[in-house]
Design a protein around this ligand. Sequence first.
Ligand code: G6P
Length: 490
Amino acid sequence: MAVPRTAPILVASNRGPVSYALGEDGSLTARRGGGGLVSGLSAIGPDANAVWVCAALGEGDREAARRAGDSHLNPGDTGGQQVRMLDIAPDVFAAAYNGVANSVLWFVHHLLYQTPVEPVFDAEFAEQWAAYESYNAAFADALAQEAVDEAVVLVQDYHLALVPAMLRERRPDLRIGHFSHTPWAPPDYYRLLPDDVAAAVLRGILGGDRAAFLTERWANAFADCCAAVLGAEVIRDGDGDGDGGGMATAVRFEGRETRLGVHGLGADADFLRERSRQADVEERLSALRAQIGPDRKSIVRVDRTELSKNIVRGLLAYRRLLETRPEWRERVVHVAFAYPSRQDLAVYRDYTERVRRIADEINEEYGTEGWTPVALHVKDDFARSLAAYRLADVALVNPIRDGMNLVAKEVPVVSERGCALVLSREAGAYAELGEDALVVNPYDVEGTVRALHEALRMSDGERADRTKRLAAAATALPPQAWFLAQLRAL
Ligand code: G6P
């Protein structure tokens, strides 16, 4: 039995706000997820009848989705949120999520390919692409079914690039927006994709009324791709001298116009400050302090073990720091949290291994009786991340490319004594935080060594001043305001 159309506001994303573990006795245990979308959605309040459509990711999710059928999940599991979890066939899901979204679209937008040998778009990819289409269609069907007349639909991210156009076909009355949480590739790189795929992704997003991004840089890159691949017309902000060189504000294609927008998701200061004072964080703070040792400084990084995060070059820079600036030996610890991510993919497993190996090597080369230079933790623990934010002297955020990077925004909010931020110019956060950070080219290890050295030597006063300004910039658009801004714009 299908659910009646009730939702005036819909959100769609691959990963939903809840996940389930399946016990051996067949019981399901729900675990609520965090992140900007979850707290953003709370801004609209419990009476708004918003529905969140997401995919079942693992066995537990699939079982929960099956038990719910075409209805919503048990609200007791979701904090009252109405969630429709789609039970997509495991092989279709794997091909769409691992094969297309994470191995191809993610790689393109983060410039991750070693182009002499990859990508190779062969018959296997053609099958995966067909799976991606049907996975997107499953979302479009569910959204079309749930939405009341003229409802607003916010589609999230590269997993669901085809949904806006598919949904418009099914329900032309809806107001549809797409939000990209990733960077967008420049046209020459984007055109690595097979021509039909490159066009389909752009046409998919242009099927919406609005396409929004985390920074102007990514919005402009999207518009450039629309011009280069589709021959679409790009409307730009006049920059005063009439040559139209400003930010791209809309794309016109086949008689329709899709407006472009920028919403730089910020940190949730109230939540972070409250959460980082709780008992479990205090406990981990003591443990970390003991691990670092008295009178030592810390360089902290917190990432998913993700190829784009550049953890390896960060470790290489730290090794060079110890080699070329021996005064820091025994006086600093690199606290590196590298949490597991996308371990179904071999390149991610290899990368994780490499991170471990280099950390071990550094500890063997430089470690002493009372000092372990790198404290690498690979088990996901949000409370411990917050503890590390509180005590960090230096935060290292050096991604090759990143849509935003919220760690760069969270550290200054939680930091107790001020923390120097070493920040890649290729992170979206650079647009807002660049002035008070020590900015690095993520590929330049020697440059990163210099930035780390400078950060470690920064005076307490300067660190505190910069941190205050960084925190203000980082919280300019907290998740709830970010979410409401997208809704209003539609
Ligand atoms: C990025 C993407 C999100 C994704 C997250 C975690 O931030 O923009 O859409 O959910 O990474 O990746 P995962 O594959 O674990 O969902």
